[in-house]
Write a protein that binds this ligand. Structure first.
Ligand code: FE2
Ligand code: FE2
Length: 260
């Protein structure tokens, strides 16, 4: 059986600290044999660098990282991504030659695929259709269990992909909004679903960033620099899933640690 711990967007040093702090206990409680985290904001709130990739692999011991619209924010990733074999960046960037959109693993005799796709609603990037991208992926990459990180803004797009892939993948787990939703369910075909896993980062913040910058943007219409809130109480949001040998989700449990 596959026991998966999937962590929402890790935001900056605060998010990395939260993950490192709680993972030993969660490992004891759930004994996961696969730990995945979304790392698009892991380096200073924007993007991912090689040292941060290595830190996340070493200290909290995360096995697979996923991305999103911010994954390219630190420009060094374009040269360093070849040294990040356990990162799945969004699969549906058209003709993207940097990195791969999925990671394949062998866990207890099961061939496991972790895929990252990006939504198109309210995301200003020209992307291939995530639905058709997943159709093509599943045709070309059969696996015993497929876990999808659907990084998207709109709840309706996330639900639509969840039901679209129901019975064909083991789980569709949302990321990007940094706010955990409470709608976890096992869909009729046996796919575990959660609209958004949430984040790891500072509690007293605007999605992990300082509230002042967001307020300035809304109040003035001008750009303001976002800084990660690194101090204070930390939150840790994740989801735990059990997947049977047929690739069906048999259990889904939300994890929302409000004071880490
Ligand atoms: Fe994010
Ligand atoms: Fe995002």
């Amino acid at each position: 059986m596959l026991k998966v711990l999937f962590i929402g967007d890790i935001v900056g040093g605060a998010g990395r600290k939260a993950a490192a702090r709680v993972l030993p206990e969660l490992r004891e409680q759930y004994a996961p044999n696969l730990v995945i985290a979304n790392a698009e904001n892991a380096a200073g709130g924007f993007g991912l660098t090689l040292p941060v990739y290595q830190e996340l692999m070493d200290k909290p011991g995360i096995q697979v990282l996923t991305g999103g619209n911010h994954i390219w924010d630190k420009k060094e990733i374009f040269k360093d991504i070849v040294n990040m074999p356990l990162l799945a960046r969004p699969l549906n960037y058209p003709k993207c030659t940097y990195g791969a959109g999925f990671v394949l693993l062998d866990i207890e005799g099961m061939r496991v695929a972790v895929v990252n796709v990006l939504g198109r609603t309210f995301i200003e990037t020209p992307l291939d259709c995530p639905f058709q991208t997943m159709d093509n992926f599943l045709r070309k990459t059969p696996a015993d269990a497929t876990l999808v990180d659907f990084h998207a803004e709109a709840t309706s797009e996330k639900k639509a992909l969840g039901f679209y892939l129901d019975g064909r993948v083991s789980a569709v787990l949302g990321t990007h909004t940094h706010v955990q939703t409470a709608d976890e369910q096992i869909l009729p075909g046996g796919t575990g679903y959660l609209t958004d896993a949430g984040m790891a980062g500072a509690r007293d913040s605007n999605l992990g960033m300082s509230a002042e910058a967001a307020q300035k943007r809304f109040l003035t219409g001008l750009k303001a620099k976002f800084d990660v809130v690194e101090n204070g109480v930390l939150v840790f949001n994740a989801v735990y899933l059990e997947i049977d040998v047929q690739g069906k989700c048999t259990k889904i449990t939300r994890i929302n640690l409000a004071e880490v």
